[in-house]
Design a protein around this ligand. Structure first.
Ligand code: GLN
Length: 475
């Protein structure tokens, strides 16, 4: 039997010889087979992971020092490149494409002795909130297989939720780590924009995209973040700020100033059971001596439209590179001229939601509409940033729900894309403002499904965010 609780405990067991990395990998590959119907994994690197486990065991037994993630079994979202392994962004247009280099985050995991177990299903090009927009089919929520796990990093979330790996990486452009974490009852953290390199991450919307981490406890998330964060010569949008030693510095027991957004907790779309659980939590924090106050945030109605205008505009540009010539799906249809050839490649390769967003993005950038949509949405983004800054001048954290509802049924929202977009109301704010945010699995709904609390902090305040999260998770 192999039982996992945290990296720290696993490392202690490795050092005492109670377990080894091979046993860990065998445990996870067996678990992946048992849960195959959830469709969380696209490919499992079984033989390779076992080889690496054997090497790590030999190295450790020979007395070599252990890396910070020695033997830690990690799954990657299928938008994160891993050299010589397939990566497709769950899209037909990248079918059979093999990464020619590894993402910086992956390089750093490997340098610290991590074991990559496989790549996980997701929404095509990370566009979606349910993992139903995948060329590999939907992922199922282990809490109820008739329900979605959330998206777009649904596979990475379910991989952790169903015990198929210790931690996993996803990406969060508008909530794709936090919302599936919320639906699956695990932790999902999106760091500050500019904290983790995007080099080797297939782009959706470059000024929003950020790698995020799924785990079962805060010290694990803190450790992975510490390893993968920090300056990288291949990504000029990264901050040069030194990375703190999050796991070592984590302290709890502090008193904080929390703000909560009245408009968010009183929003008509919010499930009443979610609203009341969060209000109760607010009360109990106050009783414990924290400052917890409501603040006005009158921009909630604008954040989803601004997000979808800006991200689709960026996506239409980012995805123009998939033309079937340099790489990507190439049509078999004969006798096409160059323009028809491009069109046919893209028509065959992309799925419906991606096409919708490319068209929307092209429209908002087109002459005559640019100022009305794109420029205006940029202004909204600036206002949101300013307003967020003002809140953080007075408070340490903002408390919010992560999603207005618990996990919905597979197929329930696919007919109405607008309804699906509106469900991103609580997560996109952090991406518009570039701030870190975390989803913490604190509650159970009367319907039996998990949901949590979202905590946001100011830019580069990952350490206090992890500290307060550890404190909140402790009860
Ligand atoms: N649900 C959001 C969208 O569809 C978020 C996606 C993401 O964060 N990658 O765009």
């Amino acid at each position: 039997m192999f039982a996992y609780s945290s990296i720290e405990q696993y490392h202690a067991q490795l050092q005492e010889g109670q377990v080894d990395c091979v046993r860990a990998v065998l445990h996870y590959t067996a678990r992946i087979r048992e849960t195959a119907s959830l469709n969380a994994f696209i490919e499992v690197y079984e033989a390779e992971a076992l080889d690496r486990a054997r090497q790590l065991d030999a190295k450790r037994q020979a007395g070599a020092p252990m890396g910070k993630l020695h033997g830690v079994v990690i799954a990657l979202k299928d938008v994160i490149c891993y050299k010589d392994h397939k990566v497709s962004a769950a899209s037909g247009i990248l079918e059979n494409f093999t990464s020619i280099y590894s993402a910086t985050a992956v390089e750093r995991l490997l340098q610290e002795d991590a074991i990559i177990i496989g790549n996980c299903n997701c929404d095509e090009f990370a566009m979606g909130s349910t993992n139903e927009n995948s060329s590999y089919g939907p992922v199922r929520n282990a809490a109820d297989p008739e329900r979605v796990p959330g998206g777009s990093s649904g596979g990475s979330a379910v991989a952790v939720q169903s015990g198929c790996c210790m931690v996993s990486l996803g990406t969060d452009t508008g909530g794709s780590v936090r919302q599936p974490a919320d639906f699956c009852g695990i932790i999902g953290m999106k760091p500050t924009y500019g904290r983790i390199s995007r080099y080797g991450v297939i782009a959706y919307a470059s000024s929003f995209d950020q790698i995020g981490i799924f785990g079962n406890n805060i010290p694990d998330v803190a450790q992975v973040l510490q390893v993968i964060a920090g300056a990288d010569e291949f990504d000029s949008t990264l901050s040069q700020k030194p990375v703190e030693d999050y796991p070592a510095l984590l302290q709890t027991g502090k008193k904080y100033r929390f703000a909560w957004l009245r408009e968010a907790l009183e929003h008509p779309s919010l499930d009443p059971a979610i609203a009341s659980a969060i209000k109760e939590k607010i009360e109990s924090l106050r009783k414990e001596g924290h400052t917890v106050e409501p603040v006005e945030f009158d921009m909630l109605e604008y954040i989803v439209p601004a997000y979808y205008i800006l991200t689709t505009a960026e996506a239409s540009s980012n995805l123009s590179r998939y033309d079937g010539v340099r790489f990507g799906h190439r049509t078999q249809q004969p006798g096409l001229d160059l323009t028809e050839f491009y069109k046919q490649n893209r028509a065959e390769g992309f799925g419906k939601e991606v096409k919708r967003r490319i068209m929307l993005g092209t429209f908002v950038l087109s002459a005559g509409y640019y100022d009305a949509y794109f420029t205006r949405a940029q202004k909204v983004r600036n206002l949101i940033r300013q307003r967020t800054e003002q809140i953080f001048a007075q408070y340490d954290f903002i408390l919010l729900p992560t999603s207005p509802s618990t996990a919905f049924k597979i197929g329930e929202k696919t007919k109405d894309p607008i309804e699906m977009y509106l469900a991103d109301i609580y997560t996109v704010m952090a991406n518009l403002a570039g701030i870190p945010a975390i989803a913490l699995p604190l509650f159970k709904h009367p319907n039996g499904l998990p949901f949590g609390l979202q905590v946001m902090a100011n830019r580069f305040q990952e350490l206090p965010l992890l500290e307060v999260s550890a404190q909140l998770m402790r009860r």
